[in-house]
Design a protein around this ligand. Structure first.
Ligand code: CO
Length: 138
C-alpha cells in the first residue's frame, strides 16, 4: 500500500453534530426558538427525518427515525436520545480514508456515499475514535 498523504494541518472543522431524538417537534423548539438557531432544510437520510439548525459554520442535525430498523431507532432504543455522531469536514475525504486505513482505523463505510447534505460522506467506527461515531465529509 502506498504511503498516505499527510493531513493538512488545521483544516478540519465540525460540519455538524447529529443528535438522535424521539420526536423532532418535542426538541426543535428549544434549538430554534430558545437558542435562536436558524432552520436549514435537509432531506431525509439513513432512515431519519432531519431538522438542520445553523450554529455558526456548523449545523446541529436533529435526527428522528422514520422506521423501526433504522440506525437512529436502534440507537434511541439502546441508549436513549442524545448525541449520535459528530461530522468533521476534511479537505480531501479520500485522503483521510486512506490515512484511516493505514492507521488501522476501522471504517463503517469503505467507500464514500452521499449523505444528508448532498455531500460525500463516510462513517468511522467508534472503536478508534474515543467511543464517538465519527462521520467525515469534504
Ligand atoms: Co451526519
Amino acid at each position: 500500500m502506498p504511503a498516505s498523504t499527510p493531513a493538512p494541518r488545521g483544516r478540519a472543522r465540525i460540519a455538524h453534530i447529529g443528535i438522535a431524538v424521539r420526536a423532532l417537534d418535542q426538541v426543535l423548539p428549544f434549538y430554534r426558538d430558545i437558542l435562536g438557531l436558524d432552520q436549514v432544510p435537509l432531506d431525509d437520510a439513513d432512515g431519519a427525518h432531519i431538522a438542520g439548525l445553523a450554529a455558526g459554520e456548523s449545523l446541529v442535525e436533529l435526527l428522528e427515525a422514520t422506521r423501526d430498523d433504522s440506525p437512529i431507532a436502534t440507537f434511541v432504543a439502546r441508549r436513549g436520545p442524545g448525541i449520535h455522531h459528530i461530522c468533521f469536514e476534511v479537505p480531501n475525504l479520500d485522503d483521510a480514508l486512506d490515512r484511516c486505513r493505514q492507521a488501522g482505523v476501522r471504517l463503517i463505510d469503505e467507500t464514500p456515499r452521499v449523505g444528508a447534505e448532498g455531500r460525500r460522506i463516510a462513517f468511522l467506527h467508534p472503536s478508534a475514535t474515543g467511543g464517538v461515531l465519527i462521520e467525515l465529509t469534504e
